[in-house]
Design a protein around this ligand. Structure first.
Ligand code: ZN
Length: 384
């Protein structure tokens, strides 16, 4: 069992590996400087990491002004293994097989689909069968499977999934039945935040707000997900924005997601226009053709969301807020309106932007979680 031996990686090995992953052009001497460990200790650690195929030597750096021997540059070997991530939404499944540097090997999307425990089993079996056919040979093979859950998760267990057709879907049991890989469950907005943090940002704190049928946020500070004492940190869709407002499945009245979730916009618009189906693309067309109803629904959405984001900034003071919503992707100009509503003194420095990874953010976050577990590291920055 290779995985078990890697759970025992020493703290210093993990520290050096993390530094090599997060910095370009490090030499052994740089590692000694950064960690405070002796050059002899660094030599032993790097030798082990090279033998384990996690680090490569990639040529010669510059010797600097003082002359002397030119150092050998160390590089993380992102092709040493593979990762599988699966995102199960209320009417879709996205799945990604990738290398450990995020390079995509195979992406599968099933949408729109009706999901219950039985159909999920069938779809998962199909997905794993296609992945098995495409597995390249690597040192470690698949290091784990991360399933994104649209509901709070704590210590790897689902607390509830409010927007699925069944209360509790046994993702772990289903995956363990069809594969031998270690399985991890995590909230989808949390994974999205990890993906954005690692692949699109240099910042040390980032919040990703995911808007689909509900609204959730993932909070990452110095590479670590903030999950709270019970797994509810980032459940921003359940902050009350209207006193004694609409009843929410969570038990409160007036929660943000009862007013600002994408699903609310689409349902409102389909009711006004007597349409069977509305999505962000349809709403965008009406909005850009100056349809009054579309304009009003979107203005309302922007307004409610700005209240939610204002609260978030006051609590966490993040460097970056990333929006992951089909509505804001289709109509990016409304981000500017949103920013104008964030006019207090705390909001000036915060960057609010659309996701750069779209639906892949959650899946790449799954890879990051797999890496954190497998390599025993905290922070991963793999953006170029
Ligand atoms: Zn609620």
């Amino acid at each position: 069992m290779k995985n078990l031996s890697y759970a025992r990686r020493t703290t210093n090995e993990s520290l050096c590996l993390e530094l090599i992953m997060n910095n370009q052009n490090l030499s052994r001497a740089d590692l000694a400087n950064l960690t405070g460990l002796t050059k002899a200790t660094i030599s032993v650690i790097v030798k082990k990491l090279i033998e384990d195929h996690l680090v490569l030597e990639t040529g010669i750096g510059t010797s600097g002004n003082t002359g002397g021997r030119k150092p050998i540059i160390l590089k993380y070997n992102g092709k040493a293994g593979l990762s599988i991530s699966i995102d199960v939404g209320y009417n879709y499944i996205n799945a990604l097989l990738s290398y450990l540097d995020g390079e995509e090997i195979h992406f599968i999307q099933k949408k729109p689909i009706v999901l219950d425990e039985k159909t999920i089993k069938t779809y998962f079996s199909e997905i794993f069968a296609s992945f098995e056919k495409k597995l390249p040979r690597t040192t470690y093979g698949v290091i784990g499977v991360v399933a994104a859950v649209h509901g709070p998760v704590f210590n790897g267990e689902i607390i509830f999934t409010p927007h699925h057709n069944v209360d509790q879907i046994a993702f772990r049991e289903i995956i363990e039945e069809i594969s031998d890989y270690p399985v991890y469950l995590e909230n989808e907005a949390n994974l999205s935040a990890l993906g954005e943090y690692t692949f699109t940002s240099d910042s040390s704190s980032l919040i990703s707000i995911n808007m689909h049928s509900g609204i959730g946020a993932g909070i990452v500070i110095n590479g670590k997900l903030q999950v709270g004492s019970h797994g509810f940190a980032g459940e921003i869709g359940h902050q009350i924005v209207v006193m004694d407002g609409k009843q929410c499945p969570c038990g409160n009245h007036g929660c943000l997601e009862m007013y600002a979730a994408n699903k609310v916009c689409f349902e409102k618009f389909s009711k006004i226009k007597s349409m069977d189906y509305v999505n962000a693309v349809i709403l965008r067309e009406y909005y850009q053709n100056h349809d009054q109803d579309a304009q009003q629904i979107i203005q309302e959405n922007v307004h409610y969301l700005s209240v939610g984001i204002n609260n978030l900034i006051a609590h966490y003071d993040p460097e970056v807020i990333v929006l992951n919503s089909s509505l804001y992707r289709e109509i990016p100009e409304i981000i500017q309106q949103l920013k104008q509503l964030l006019s207090n003194r705390f909001s000036n420095e915060v960057i609010v932007r659309n996701t750069a990874l779209n639906e892949k953010a959650t899946l790449l976050g799954g890879l990051v979680l797999n890496l954190q577990r497998f390599l025993n590291i905290n922070q991963v920055k793999l953006s170029d």
